[in-house]
Design a protein around this ligand. Sequence first.
Ligand code: FES
Length: 103
Amino acid sequence: MPMSTWKVHVQADGREVDARPGETLFDALRRLDTSLIMRGCRNGGCGVCKLRIAAGQVETGPSSEAVLPPAERAQGMVLACKATPRSDVAVELLPRPVNPFLP
Ligand code: FES
């Protein structure tokens, strides 16, 4: 079955981008605007790309509980670098954390 293209809606300002088949939320949002989401490890290990799914379904992919605790997961938080849309989604961006990769 071919994978679909889904719309990713940014709640804060109403902008939208089409996520390409199999594309992560991280890559889709960065394509819309690189300032929307911080570039971290891109492998589920640092948590700087965390956001909340306000509506829609995503495949969340593997992530450690240290980075994404079950309580946050239960609130709809995902790691954008590991999450792939499975429907049109609306995302709520979180306040940007301090970049742990900078001194
Ligand atoms: S960029 Fe590090 S967890 Fe997503």
